[in-house]
Design a protein around this ligand. Structure first.
Ligand SMILES: [Fe+2]
Ligand SMILES: [Fe+2]
Length: 171
C-alpha cells in the first residue's frame, strides 16, 4: 500500500495548487478593473458576478489546502500575470465607452477562463489519481463555474458586443 500524500505526484499537485491560488487571488483584484473599464451593462454584471465566484474559488482552495494538510501559500503564476497584463494593454489601447473595448475585454477574459479551465481540468485528474475524492469534488465545482463563465462571455460577444462594435466608426 503506497501513501499518496508522500509521492512526487502529490508534491507536484501541491505546487500547482499554490500557482492557481496566486492566480485566483490576483483575479479578485483584476476583475473589478475590467468591470470598471467595460461599457455594456451585461458585461459589467458578468465581471461583477465572476468576481464573486472567484472569491469562492479562493476559499475553495483554502478548504483544499486544509483537507490535504498543507499550508495555503500563493506562488506567483507568471502565466496569469501575463494574461492580465494583456487585459491592461487592451484597456490602454482602446477608447473609453466603446464596444470595441468591450470586445477586447471579453477576449482577454476568455483567455483567462481558458487558462483556468485547463488548470482545473488537470487538477481534477491529478486529485483523482491521488484518490483525494473530497478534493476532486471541490475542484469540479470551480471547473464548472469557469466553463459557465466562458460560455456567458461567448454569448455576450455573439449576441451583442461584437455587432455593436462593428457599427462603431473611426473618429
Ligand atoms: Fe477562478
Ligand atoms: Fe474564472
Amino acid at each position: 500500500m503506497h501513501d499518496e500524500t508522500c509521492s512526487k505526484l502529490f508534491s507536484f499537485f501541491v505546487e500547482e495548487l499554490k500557482d492557481i491560488y496566486w492566480a485566483e487571488k490576483h483575479l479578485v483584484k483584476t476583475l473589478p478593473k475590467m468591470q470598471k473599464a467595460a461599457t455594456n451593462e451585461e458585461l459589467q454584471d458578468a465581471f461583477a458576478n465572476h468576481c464573486d465566484q472567484t472569491k469562492e474559488h479562493v476559499s475553495r482552495l483554502d478548504q483544499i489546502f486544509e483537507i490535504i494538510g498543507e499550508k495555503a501559500v500563493a506562488q506567483k503564476c507568471e502565466a496569469m500575470e501575463g494574461l492580465t497584463k494583456e487585459g491592461e494593454t487592451i484597456i490602454a489601447d482602446t477608447e473609453n465607452g466603446t464596444s470595441t473595448r468591450d470586445v477586447g475585454l471579453i477576449m482577454a477574459a476568455q483567455k483567462v477562463e481558458h487558462y483556468e479551465i485547463a488548470t482545473y481540468g488537470s487538477l481534477v485528474q491529478l486529485a483523482s489519481t491521488l484518490e483525494l475524492d473530497e478534493v476532486v469534488e471541490l475542484l469540479k465545482i470551480t471547473l464548472d463555474e469557469e466553463k459557465q463563465a466562458d460560455k456567458n462571455l461567448t454569448n455576450l460577444a455573439e449576441s451583442k458586443v461584437n455587432h455593436m462594435s462593428l457599427e462603431e466608426m473611426e473618429a
